[in-house]
Design a protein around this ligand. Structure first.
Ligand SMILES: *[C@@H]1O[C@H](CO)[C@@H](O)[C@H](O)[C@H]1NC(C)=O
Length: 287
């Protein structure tokens, strides 16, 4: 009995080991998984590299990207957005396949606002080159006072955008109904802080106030778990990848309830119900 238990434990550990080694300790430092891709001087590593400061001023914005691409997984980070008068600034956090014509992309975009006005979070999903699936919510908290966790889960079953474990968007795999789903192309993880006052705030009416520059956003607790490409093939076919497990294949009852709360109380735009843009409701909206 005792021996049997021991044996089971050992074989359990041995079975798990390759996974654990692969995933490693999380959260990681910036340098473990990311590199600066735009304006080295405007991204400062702080707290021993476990956090970064992004800077936007008249001379430049900045950006970073993951060192690897991933095929399925979950990426999350804690972000503290530009405080106060952030109108005209956009902070983005997204995944992208970097394939021009058949681009897959999953976007989180944080659109700044005038002091006291709510930040808007825009999400979008590109599948096989087609995007134009914008949804917007106004946040129920001030995202510039504290760090909040922003997460993208992507597996063969669905894509879920969450804020502090509250799902704000779900895009299901409805390929069976002929609806495109990002599934074959690996995606990298990207982030940028830049000026977009021609469209970002109240459709471009509110301009950036450069007298308030430099603008700062902060990131920490980088957590990327997934199969990197090109990486060990055993990862992609491993049925034990937790991000594809039973609990991650659909929203559970509690998550559904939170999701409904966001949609009812905080959604300010949904392409699915924009009749002037889509006289015929896009198929994924009714699937
Ligand atoms: C900014 O605030 C205005 C007024 O409250 C609001 O209509 C808008 O959705 C907010 N967000 C953006 C990005 O303009």
């Amino acid at each position: 009995m005792k021996m049997g238990g021991m044996k089971t434990t050992i074989s359990f550990i041995l079975h798990l080991l390759p996974c654990l080694v692969f995933v490693g300790a999380r959260p990681a430092t910036f340098n473990d998984d990311f590199r600066v891709t735009w304006e080295e001087s405007h991204i400062k590593q702080i707290q021993g590299g476990s956090a970064i400061q992004l800077i936007l001023d008249r001379s430049s914005g900045c950006g970073f990207a993951s060192k690897h691409q991933y095929l399925f997984g979950r990426v999350s980070m804690k972000i503290k957005l530009v405080p106060g008068d952030s109108a005209g600034t956009v902070t983005a956090f997204y995944m992208n396949s970097d394939t021009d014509n058949i681009r897959d992309e999953l976007d989180f975009e944080f659109l700044g606002n005038r002091t006291g006005q709510p930040y808007t979070v825009q999400t979008n999903v590109y599948a096989h080159g087609k995007g134009d699936r914008e949804q917007r919510i106004n946040l129920w908290f001030d995202p510039a006072i504290d760090f909040h966790t922003y997460t993208i889960l992507w597996n063969p079953y669905h894509i879920v955008f969450s804020i502090d474990d509250i799902p704000i968007r779900e895009y299901k795999n409805n390929e069976a109904k002929g609806i495109p789903y990002p599934k074959t192309q690996p995606m990298g993880i990207y982030s940028t802080l830049w000026e977009a006052d021609d469209w970002a705030t109240r459709g471009g009416l509110e301009k950036i106030d450069w007298s308030k520059a430099p603008f700062y956003a902060y990131y920490k607790d980088f957590d990327v778990e997934g199969c990197w490409m090109p990486g060990p093939k055993s990862c992609i076919t491993n049925p034990n990848n937790w991000w594809e497990g039973q609990a991650y294949r659909q929203l559970d009852a509690v998550q559904q309830k939170k999701y409904q709360w966001v949609r009812t109380n905080h959604m300010i735009y949904d392409y699915c119900t924009d009749k002037s843009r889509y006289p015929i409701t896009p198929p994924e909206c009714i699937a």
